[in-house]
Ligand binder design. Structure first.
Ligand SMILES: Nc1nc2c(c(=O)[nH]1)N[C@H]1C(S)=C(S)[C@@H](COP(=O)(O)OP(=O)(O)OC[C@H]3O[C@@H](n4cnc5c(=O)[nH]c(N)nc54)[C@H](O)[C@@H]3O)O[C@H]1N2
Ligand SMILES: Nc1nc2c(c(=O)[nH]1)N[C@H]1C(S)=C(S)[C@@H](COP(=O)(O)OP(=O)(O)OC[C@H]3O[C@@H](n4cnc5c(=O)[nH]c(N)nc54)[C@H](O)[C@@H]3O)O[C@H]1N2
Ligand code: SF4
Ligand SMILES: [Mo]
Length: 739
C-alpha cells in the first residue's frame, strides 16, 4: 500500500513509504507501534498509543531476527538428555516422531502424564489453540510463569467482582504504586500514562522499600519493609472504614460482607501496621486518606505484591479498596469478554476435557483456587453474566507448577513423563530450579519451541523453530479484556521457523484430532474468531485497535460472583476452605520471625528491579542490549558490603537455606541496609550449552536456584512462590568457601 511520497527540503524524493501496525512483543507491555517501511525496508517505528516515546527494545529487531544463534530448523538430540548432540531433521520427521512417542507415553501412563508450559502474552499468541490441543489429548496439566504475574491477581478479582479490573490512568486523580515501577524502559506505555496523569496534577503515592524513579517524584513515599504490602493495605482499609471515608451508598447497594470485613481490619490498627511495615503511622494515615478522598484513585496492577506469602491477601485488599471507595467502573474498569468474537475460552474446548481428568490437575488438593476445581462456584455466574462456560481469564484452570515438577521427579500422585515448553523457558521461570531440573532429566519426551538454545531447550529431545512476532499476524484479545488489537505481518518467517499453530495442527493431524484443527493456517484461525463480526482479519488489519460493539454494566447486569454482588467476604474462598477475608502473616524467614537464622543469614532478599535493557530470560545474546546489562547484579548497601568484606564489582555467592548463586556486587546506597536485590533470568548464551556449564550458567546465576517451592515460602491460597522479602541470605566473596 502506497501511503505517501515523502518530501524533503522541497524536493520530491519519491520514496515508497508503507506503514503497518504491530503489537510490540519485545516485552509484555504490548505497546502499539507503527512500523515504517521505506522502499521495502523497515526503517523505524512510531508510537500509536500517543505522542510520547517508547523504549528501544523493538529497534533491535534485526539483531534478534537475524542473530546467528537463532534456531531456524527442527533439531533432534540424538545423545543422552542434555548431551547436545543435535542433528537437523525435517518438520515432518520431528512431528511424526513426537506424535508417536507422545502416544506411547499416553498409552502407558495416561494423558495426565503430559504437562505443558507457555507464555500466553507475547510468545505463543495461540488463540486458544494450545489448550484446545492438550484438552483434546486429555491432560489438565497446563502451566505458565504468568501465574506469578497477573494470573493470580485476576483470579482474586474474579472471586471479588466477577472479572478482572484494570486501572484507567486517564481518569485518575491519585495513583498508588505498590512497588511497581513503570518507567520508559519498563512498560513504556504505562509509564507514559503515568506521566500524563502526573502532568494533569494527579497525586502519586509509592510504596517501595528503596528509592526509585517514581519514589523521587511521589507526593508520598512509604518505604515499607519488603513483603508487608498486605499489612499496609489492611491498615488502609481499617483507617478508611474507621474514619468513614468509604462510599456507603455503593457498599450498601453492591457489596456483601462489609461487617465481617470491618471486624477483620480492626485487627490492623495503624500502630500495629506501622510496626509491621516499619513506616510512620501518620504517613500511613495520610496515604489512606489521600487514596480514599481524591475523587478517583487507582492502584495499577503490578507484580510486586503478587509474589509474596501474603500475595492473595494483598490482591484481595486492592480489590476491596477499589470497591469500598466506589472507584469500580469510575477509575478502575471492570473487564469482560468481547461478545462479538469467538472467545479464546470457547476455542479451548475445556468442556471436552472430561471432569475426571480435570480433577487430576496437579496441585488441585493443595491449591485449588487457580484450578478447574476452584471454578466450581463461578461456573454458573459466568454463564449467566457473560454467557460463557469455562471462561478462562488468562491463566485460569491451571495446575500448580511445583506439583508438576514433583510429579516429573516421580514424587507425585502419578508420573509426568512428557513435557512441552512452547514459548517458555520453563527451567528458569518458576522456583526450585534444581527440583525442576531433576524433573526435566526424568522425562521420556521434552519438546521445546523457541528462538534460542535456551537452558530449557538444552534439555530437550526436539527443538522446533518458532516464528518471530513480526513474522506473524496477530489478533490480541483474550477473555479478560474486550479490547482487540491487531498486528500486521511484517516479514515471512525465516528459515523453517513456523507458527505455534502449525506445530499443534501437525501433531493433531497425526494423532486423530484433525477434525478439531480444520484451519489450514494461523490466519484462518483469526478469521474464524472474527466470523460473528462479518469481517475478516484482512478487512480489519489496518486498525491497531477495534473496540467491542457493546459494553457490560455490572450494576444492572450483575457481577459474575455466586452472590451476584461484590464479595468483600468471598464465598468462593470459603467454599474452598480458605480464609474469606484478607489477612497478614509474618513470613517464615525474617529477622522478626526467625532472629536466630537472621544471625547467620543477615540479608533480606527480594527478587526484582528489572534489568532495563533485558526482558526476563531473553536478549542476553543481543550485543547492543547486553552491553547495558552485562552481568547479573546484586544491589548491596555499603555497610552490608563492608561487613561481608566485598567491594563494588566483586563476584559473590548469595546463599540461602535452599542453595546459592553467583552475582556481581553493585554497591548502592539507595538499597536499604540489611537487604539485597537479586536479578531474574540470568544465563549466558556465550557459555557452551550443556550440563558441564550448568546449562550455559542458568544453574549458577538464575534467581530460581535459591528460591524454594516449599509450602512455608508460598502463598497459602494459590501456591504462588514468595520473591519479595521473607527469605534470608548471606553473601561472601566467590573465592571463599561457605562454612
Ligand atoms: N526492561 C524491562 N522491563 C520489564 C521487564 C524486564 O524484564 N525488563 N519485565 C516486565 C515484567 S514481566 C514485569 S512483571 C514488570 C515488573 O516490573 P515492576 O513491577 O516495576 O517490578 P520491578 O522493577 O521488579 O520492581 C519495582 C520496585 O518494587 C520494589 N519492591 C520489591 N519488593 C517489594 C515489596 O515487597 N513491596 C513493595 N511495595 N515494593 C517492593 C523494588 O524495590 C522496585 O523498586 O516489568 C516488565 N518490564
Ligand atoms: N524465578 C522467577 N520466576 C519468574 C519471575 C521471576 O522474577 N523469578 N518472574 C515471573 C514473571 S513476572 C513473568 S511475566 C514470567 C515470565 O515467564 P516467561 O514469559 O515464560 O519468561 P521468558 O523468560 O520471557 O520466556 C519466554 C521464552 O519464550 C521465548 N520466545 C520469545 N518469543 C517467542 C516466540 O515468539 N515464540 C516462541 N515459541 N518462543 C518465544 C524466549 O526466547 C524465552 O525462552 O516469569 C515469572 N517467573
Ligand atoms: S515497553 Fe518497549 S519492549 Fe515493551 S512493549 Fe513497549 S516498546 Fe515494546
Ligand atoms: Mo511479569
Amino acid at each position: 500500500m502506497l501511503v505517501g511520497h515523502d518530501k524533503q527540503d522541497g524536493e520530491s524524493t519519491d520514496h515508497n513509504v508503507v506503514k503497518k501496525n504491530i503489537i510490540c512483543s519485545s516485552c509484555d507491555n504490548n505497546c502499539l507501534l507503527e512500523a515504517e517501511f521505506v522502499d521495502g525496508e523497515l526503517k523505524t517505528f512510531h508510537p500509536l498509543n500517543g505522542p510520547r516515546s517508547f523504549c528501544e527494545k523493538p529497534f533491535f529487531w534485526k539483531d534478534y531476527r537475524h542473530h546467528p544463534d537463532r534456531i531456524l530448523h527442527p533439531l533432534k538430540n540424538v545423545g543422552k538428555r542434555g548431551e547436545q548432540k543435535w542433528v537437523q531433521i525435517s518438520w515432518d520427521q520431528a512431528l511424526d516422531e513426537i506424535a508417536e512417542r507422545l502416544q506411547k507415553i499416553i498409552d502407558k501412563y495416561g494423558a495426565e502424564s503430559v504437562a505443558y508450559s507457555t507464555q500466553p502474552i507475547n510468545t505463543g499468541d495461540d488463540q486458544g489453540m494450545l489448550r484446545r490441543f492438550f484438552n483434546l489429548l486429555g491432560t489438565p496439566n497446563y502451566m505458565t510463569g504468568m501465574n506469578m504475574c497477573f494470573g493470580n491477581t485476576i483470579q482474586v478479582h474474579r472471586c471479588t467482582y466477577g472479572n478482572n479490573q484494570l486501572a484507567d490512568y486517564s481518569k485518575a486523580k491519585c495513583i498508588v504504586l505498590l512497588g511497581h515501577n513503570p518507567h520508559r524502559r519498563n512498560w513504556a506505555s504505562e509509564a507514559n500514562a503515568l506521566e500524563d496523569a502526573l502532568e494533569r496534577g494527579a497525586k502519586l503515592i509509592v510504596l517501595d522499600p528503596r528509592t526509585s524513579e517514581n519514589t523521587r517524584r511521589a507526593h508520598l513515599h512509604l518505604p515499607l519493609r519488603y513483603g508487608t504490602d498486605a499489612a499496609m493495605l489492611l491498615g488502609f482499609i481499617n483507617i478508611i472504614i474507621e474514619e468513614e471515608l468509604y462510599d456507603k451508598e455503593f457498599v450498601d447497594k453492591y457489596t456483601v460482607g462489609f461487617d465481617q470485613l470491618r471486624e477483620r481490619v480492626k485487627e490492623y490498627p495503624v500502630d500495629k501496621v506501622a510496626e509491621i511495615t516499619g513506616c510512620d503511622p501518620d504517613m500511613i494515615r495520610q496515604a489512606a486518606r489521600m487514596y480514599a478522598t481524591s475523587g478517583g484513585s487507582i492502584i495499577p496492577w503490578g507484580p510486586i505484591p503478587d509474589m509474596q506469602v501474603n500475595g492473595t491477601s494483598a490482591a484481595r485488599c486492592t480489590a476491596i479498596l477499589i470497591s469500598i471507595c466506589g472507584f469500580l467502573n469510575k477509575t478502575e474498569m471492570l473487564q469482560y469478554p468481547d461478545p462479538d468474537l469467538v472467545s479464546c475460552s470457547v476455542l479451548e474446548l475445556h468442556g471436552m476435557l472430561p471432569m475426571e481428568q480435570k480433577l487430576k490437575q496437579l496441585g488441585t488438593e493443595k491449591y485449588p483456587l487457580l484450578t478447574y476445581k476452584g471454578y466450581e462456584m463461578l461456573r454458573e455466574p459466568n454463564k449467566k453474566v457473560f454467557g460463557k462456560d469455562w471462561l478462562n481469564l488468562f491463566t485460569s484452570f491451571m495446575c500448580n507448577p511445583a506439583s508438576v515438577f514433583e510429579a516429573m521427579r516421580g514424587e507425585g500422585p502419578y508420573p509426568v513423563k512428557a513435557f512441552f515448553a512452547l514459548g517458555s523457558n520453563a527451567l528458569m521461570c518458576y522456583v526450585n530450579q534444581r527440583g525442576a531440573f531433576k524433573g526435566l532429566m526424568n522425562q521420556d519426551l521434552i519438546v521445546v519451541q523457541d528462538h534460542w538454545l535456551t537452558p530449557t531447550a538444552q534439555l530437550a529431545d526436539y527443538i522446533l523453530p518458532s516464528d518471530y512476532y513480526m513474522e506473524r499476524p496477530a489478533l490480541r484479545n483474550q477473555d479478560h479484556s474486550p479490547a482487540m488489537n491487531l498486528q500486521q505481518q511484517l516479514f515471512e518467517p525465516l528459515g523453517e521457523s513456523r507458527n505455534m499453530y502449525d506445530l499443534l495442527k501437525g501433531l493433531a493431524d497425526r494423532m486423530g484430532l484433525e477434525d478439531y484443527f480444520p484451519w489450514k493456517t494461523f490466519k484462518d484461525v483469526l478469521d474464524y474468531r472474527l466470523q460473528k463480526t462479518g469481517k475478516t482479519y484482512n478487512d480489519l488489519k489496518n486498525n491497531p485497535t477495534v473496540l467491542p460493539s457493546r459494553g457490560y454494566d455490572p450494576f444492572t447486569e450483575g457481577f459474575a460472583t455466586p452472590s451476584g454482588k461484590i464479595e468483600l467476604y468471598s464465598s468462593v474462598f470459603e467454599s474452598l476452605g480458605l480464609d474469606p477475608l484478607p489477612y497478614y502473616r509474618e513470613p517464615a524467614q525474617t529477622p522478626i520471625s526467625n532472629p536466630e537464622l537472621a544471625k547467620e543469614y543477615p540479608l533480606t532478599m527480594f527478587v526484582g528491579v528489572r534489568d532495563k535493557a533485558l526482558y526476563l530470560t531473553n536478549y542476553r545474546q543481543i550485543e547492543g542490549m547486553r552491553k547495558h546489562n552485562p552481568y547479573p547484579e546484586a544491589f548491596v548497601h555499603p555497610a552490608d558490603a563492608a561487613r561481608a568484606g566485598v567491594a563494588d564489582g566483586d563476584w559473590i555467592w548469595v546463599e540461602t537455606t535452599h542453595d546459592r548463586i553467583m552475582l556481581k556486587t553493585l554497591i548502592d546506597a539507595e538499597q536499604p541496609q540489611g537487604t539485597i536485590r537479586i536479578p531474574h533470568g540470568w544465563w549466558m548464551p556465550e557459555l557452551e550449552p550443556g550440563l558441564k556449564t550448568g546449562l550455559s550458567g542458568a544453574m549458577l546465576f538464575n534467581d530460581a536456584m535459591i528460591l524454594p517451592d516449599d509450602d512455608w515460602n508460598t502463598d497459602r491460597e494459590q501456591g504462588i512462590p514468595n520473591l519479595r522479602g521473607g527469605l534470608l541470605a548471606k553473601i561472601y566473596k566467590a573465592d571463599q568457601i561457605s562454612k
